[in-house]
Design a protein around this ligand. Structure first.
Ligand code: ADP
Length: 195
């Protein structure tokens, strides 16, 4: 099964994608993680993306589509994948449909994790506090100012995916406000009714 998980920053996509990866034995394809790995490795791609990500803006469609296209051809994606943080624009969603179609595959379901802005900002603040308390360095794009930009970018560029997947009859909305296991149960119910 190929599924897309999307929602505003801090909605819990990454956490739920990791749980799903274990529960459903599907690889998690997180463009955010892939781009952060490119930055850590000091590659030219990482250098190109660093400033854009630190500001909370989106990396170009061309770059993320190329990364996903390469990743899709690895053997572990043959039976499906969890797309986490990709697509993030209509252009990316159309490219993903084409990439899958040319391989005889398709998106089965797109899950929108819904959560209000106040909760997002609260979660982000506590995430920063916890990381600092445990001696970790918070992500450079996790400052309150950058988060506001990421949220604004989400509504402008990514939220149109709601209509895109609704038109394809693939949209399912899950309430992301609950505790992690509750949200995981809701997602499991959606997937069980899709399979
Ligand atoms: P979050 O969902 O918390 O914003 P991600 O790890 O998914 O975190 O993304 C972090 C940053 O990486 C984004 O703000 C953006 O700059 C970049 N990025 C990740 N995925 C994409 C994508 N599909 N298209 C463009 N930029 C992306």
């Amino acid at each position: 099964m190929n599924l897309v998980l999307f929602g505003p920053p801090g909605a819990g996509k990454g956490t739920q994608a990791k749980l799903l990866m274990q529960a459903r034995a599907l690889p998690q394809l997180s463009t955010g993680d892939m781009l952060r790995a490119a930055i850590s490795s000091g590659s030219p791609l990482g250098l190109q993306c660093r400033g854009i990500m630190d500001r909370g803006d989106l990396v170009s469609d061309e770059i993320v589509i190329r990364i996903i296209a390469e990743r899709l051809d690895e053997p572990d994606c043959a039976t499906g994948a969890i797309f986490d943080g990709f697509p993030r624009t209509i252009g990316q969603a159309e490219a993903l449909d084409r990439l899958l179609q040319s391989r005889g595959r398709k998106i089965h379901v797109a899950i929108e994790l819904k959560i209000n802005d106040e909760m997002l900002l609260q979660r982000a603040e506590s995430r920063i506090r916890e990381m600092i308390a445990s001696g970790q360095v918070p992500r450079p794009d996790d400052t309150p100012e950058t988060l506001r930009n990421r949220l604004e970018v989400y509504y402008r560029k990514t939220a149109p995916l709601i209509a895109y997947y609704r038109n394809q009859d693939k949209l399912r909305t899950v309430d992301g406000m609950g505790a992690i296991p509750e949200v995981a149960r809701e997602i499991a119910a959606v997937l069980d009714s899709t399979a």
